[in-house]
Ligand binder design. Structure first.
Ligand code: GDP
Ligand code: MG
Length: 163
């Protein structure tokens, strides 16, 4: 059985950027496919010699009548239940937002394995945000930059025990 990894986190933290980096062009479900749900994207990821299924949670970006927190809960719960491991991404540049603490609580209760990553961590400007991520109580945050491909060896090491 192959590992399924769900990438979760509030809008704009860099989930899709990381998804695209891991999946490249090997996208299983594309956004413009008719009838395909847009809020969970699945692809076949590669990281070094690891092969796994990765789920990108989108769907929080669109404005609807339902509250962001309500949608976050539902979507995150769906993704968590599909996944063996959750990669919870926070933004090291903006620092923690209230929604990050809500996510952390959902994940603590529901997910069997959580890897925390502080993204956009290229450069010293991100140091404070990386340190703040410890407050989530999910262990040591991986320092990554999805856009620049930094921290991928640490991500590899964190995933390897599950693969
Ligand atoms: P999502 O809403 O969580 O899927 O976030 P996106 O992947 O769409 O990224 C949101 C914004 O953050 C985009 O403008 C990205 O280019 C930017 N971004 C993503 N990763 C990084 C990173 O590692 N460093 C920086 N500086 N920006 C990033
Ligand atoms: Mg996205």
């Amino acid at each position: 059985m192959t590992l399924t990894l769900a990438i979760v986190g509030r809008p704009n933290v860099g989930k899709s950027t990381l998804f695209n980096r891991l999946v490249g062009k090997r996208l299983a479900l594309v956004d413009d496919q008719p009838g395909v749900t847009r809020d969970l994207r699945e692809g076949e990821a590669r990281l070094g010699d690891l092969r796994f299924t990765v789920i990108d949670t989108a769907g929080l970006e669109e404005a609807t009548d339902e509250s962001l927190e309500g949608r976050m809960r539902k979507l995150t719960e769906r993704a968590v239940d599909m996944a063996d491991v959750c990669l919870f991404i926070v933004d090291a540049r903006t620092g923690l937002a209230p929604a990050d603490r809500v996510f952390a609580e959902i994940l603590r209760r529901r997910a069997s394995h959580v890897i925390l990553a502080a993204n956009k961590a290229e450069g010293a400007a991100a140091d404070a945000g990386v340190i703040e991520a410890w407050e989530l109580g999910l262990g040591e945050p991986l320092r990554i930059s999805a856009e620049h491909g930094e921290g991928m060896t640490d991500l590899y090491a964190a995933l390897m025990p599950f693969a």
